[in-house]
Design a protein around this ligand. Sequence first.
Ligand code: NAD
Length: 506
Amino acid sequence: MDAIPQFEHTPLEGIPELARDARRTFLSHKTRPIEYRLVQLRKLYWGLKDNEGILAEALKKDIGKPPYETQLMEVGMCENDILYACKNLDKWTKDQKPEDVPLIHMSFRPRIRKDPLGCVLIIGTYNFPIQLCIMPLIGAIAAGCTAVLKPSESAPHTAACMEHIIKTYLDQDAYKIVQGAVAEASSLLDQKWDKIFYTGGDKVGRIVAKRAAETLTPYVLELGGINPAIVTRHADPHLAARRLLWAKLVNAGQVCVSQNYVLVDREILPLFVAELERALKEFHPDGVRKSKDYGRIIDARQFQRLKHMLDETRGRILLGGTMDEEDLFFEPTVVQVEDVKDSLIVEESFGPLIPLLPIDGLDEAIRLANEIHDTPLGVYAFGSKAETTRILNETRSGGISINDAFAHVSVPTLPFGGVGASGQGAYHGRESFEAFTHRRAVASTPSWVEKLIAVRYPPYAGKLKQVELLSGKPNFDRDGRVRLGVLGWVKHVLLSRNLLFTVLGE
Ligand code: NAD
């Protein structure tokens, strides 16, 4: 690609046929052979590698993303995920032996086969427009599915580049792209899919889920989150400030997993604010406005939304607060708020707003975090080991990073996804393959077992006793207490780690 191609909407009337075509290809079994999948993945790798420069240019135009962030968190992340999938695909696609099969059922030779789900739809959003489309696509290809991608229209330059890559490097019968906005996305949701993978806000997420329910289509929803960070009085304010500030500087805070608000113990609040200021000066010595390493807000609509949130706050601006709509520049802004109902807390900012809510101890922090949003995408816990363990045990979230901001997302072998209102389903690494795979139960009964399985045939008279003999017996009573026989006790004593170590005098 020599230049960024023109972004053009896909003609609406062509969408049904495009979807049918992708389905026909799946039904032709073309995408099932492992070698085919590997070739497509390798080609996708080179499609990204060969076009790194132009992709960086496109993202700079779309969202002012610094090329370093594009390489690290968009293109490089996808390339690494492809290499990982290529290395492990043989292992992932192998039939699995189910665990703990009772002796009587072994004759059915049970196994779990990894079948591709079929023809899938991937709808992406604008903040990481490459990663959020290509990472699910890697999973779909690896699983043997065909796929149609619908990138976000809000990042048109990047979407046009992705179209070029997909059309030039991949099998056009199997992998397709639809460009457009609501009308095109709605038309896609009218078609038949075997899975829908949606990333974006919860409002559209509900639409996708409802539409999917009409045809009983399974879906993955990767939604947003009102993510808390908790900084206790025993946290290291220097580290907490640097790490949390970084999370709000990346992509100008347009990161679904960045903290939406920070609950800071009142005792260390002044120190924490001083450290935020110090870190900001260190990261952007000439100020963020002039820095090449700070992005822009995607468009005027999102800019206005952020501005409105800031206008509505009853908090006190401690750092930042400047903005320029023409340039879509929004300064990282630290605001001390006193109320959980503040506009900066109740809404997801998805931008460089950093509200700090002072708290008096960990009990209050955990209570407030659960009250504000009890199933966010991420939780970030800064404090002593005992404190962060309590936060881990007493909150819920898609993922959690302890003494860091969204570090868990960068680990390529950890599942990434939400829980409850922040979404369902997960991907990255092997999880992407699993997201598009059906674990098909297979039994294959040899003829020689006919006598053994005769117990299932009528006439049934007298057969229940035989079945009961083969059934398991509980080792617990009606109060739920474990009741062990003499042999059971001996086994329990020998296997009990604590007892054994007590005897050995550990
Ligand atoms: P957006 O406007 O780009 O919309 C997302 C996608 O939905 C686009 O492709 C768009 O065309 C499509 N769409 C819009 N209206 C639709 C409709 N009526 N029917 C079908 N499709 C429709 O982005 P957004 O929704 O503003 O995204 C921001 C949100 O995404 C934030 O809440 C953020 O937290 C979340 N997000 C989540 C993740 C994650 O991985 N969990 C990642 C990035 C962003």
